[in-house]
Design a protein around this ligand. Structure first.
Ligand SMILES: Nc1ncnc2c1ncn2[C@@H]1O[C@H](COP(=O)(O)OP(=O)(O)OP(=O)(O)O)[C@@H](O)[C@H]1O
Ligand SMILES: [Mg+2]
Length: 251
């Protein structure tokens, strides 16, 4: 819908637009492929699914099956070849770049596999970045950052820089940064893929706990069936299509 303007997208918030009736994410007929010379390498073929408020969906699939491609499309970082993506009812596939940027800042939290922290900012500054971009008043920014630092067990590291942190600490900052602005949708791309098993488990438990407290929607990409156990629903990407449930799961 070309008529959606920056202002309209800017007014979207979980409080005003999410309801039980409305999915957080609606994907209809999504296709994405890449050109390779004269041929086309199809990655996603006609995907359709909804994710509801409060739901955690684990997204499984072998390497190269298109999991990151799908997350990037959902975040509006990349554009599909065909199909529609709605975030809280707004058709993000039709938004202009500035409108999309605003919507992303307000409504999406992204946890990247390799943390993506800003090296020149401290832990507290990295954490507060989404609030700064959203022009949250300074006093609220400070109090939310302080509360989240404590919640993440990072209060003593508030003034450290990312290269002074362990992998688990960096990932906790990345998780905090994805949650601090209370986004309607959290996208996590293998958030424990880069950590040892024990640290990964602790980070995941924290992500699940903080996510549950806030009752937002989450799509969690993982290679691990164990990780997918925190999810309400498991979707597997296979040959460009989504299969509802992971093969061999017994619950
Ligand atoms: N910019 C691009 N140009 C061409 N091909 C691409 C591009 N980005 C991704 N691909 C291809 O799309 C397919 C899906 O990639 P994607 O990164 O989404 O996989 P993935 O499921 O996230 O894999 P992994 O588990 O290894 O992270 C791969 O075959 C990849 O080579
Ligand atoms: Mg990937």
């Amino acid at each position: 819908m070309a008529g959606v303007t920056t202002t309209q997208a800017g007014n979207l918030s979980p409080e005003t637009t999410a309801s039980e009736a409305q999915p957080t994410v609606r994907v209809v007929g999504l296709r994405k492929g890449y050109r390779e010379g004269t041929s086309r390498h199809s990655v996603l073929e006609s995907l359709s699914f909804d994710v509801r408020p409060g739901e955690c969906v684990a997204l499984l699939g072998r390497s190269g099956s298109g999991k990151s491609t799908l997350l990037n499309l959902l975040a509006g970082i990349d554009r599909p070849d065909e199909g529609r993506i709605e975030l809280l009812g707004a058709p993000i596939t039709d938004l202009t770049e500035p409108a999309l940027t605003l919507l992303r800042r307000r409504c999406i939290g992204f946890v990247y596999q390799f943390f993506n922290l800003i090296p020149t900012l401290t832990v507290a500054e990295n954490l507060a970045l989404p609030l700064e971009l959203n022009r949250t008043p300074v006093h609220e920014r400070r109090s939310r950052t302080r509360a989240l630092l404590t919640r993440l067990g990072l209060d003593r590291r508030a003034n450290a820089f990312p290269d002074q942190l362990s992998g688990g600490e960096q990932q906790r900052v990345a998780i905090g940064r994805a949650l601090i602005h209370e986004p309607a949708l959290v996208l996590a791309d293998e958030p424990t893929g880069n950590l040892d098993a024990e640290t990964g488990e602790r980070v995941l438990a924290l992500l699940a706990e903080v996510f549950r407290e806030r009752g937002r929607a989450m799509i969690l990409v993982t290679h691990s069936l164990a990780v997918s156990r925190i999810a309400d629903r498991v979707l597997t990407l296979e040959q460009g299509r989504l299969i509802d449930a992971a093969p061999g799961l017994s619950w």
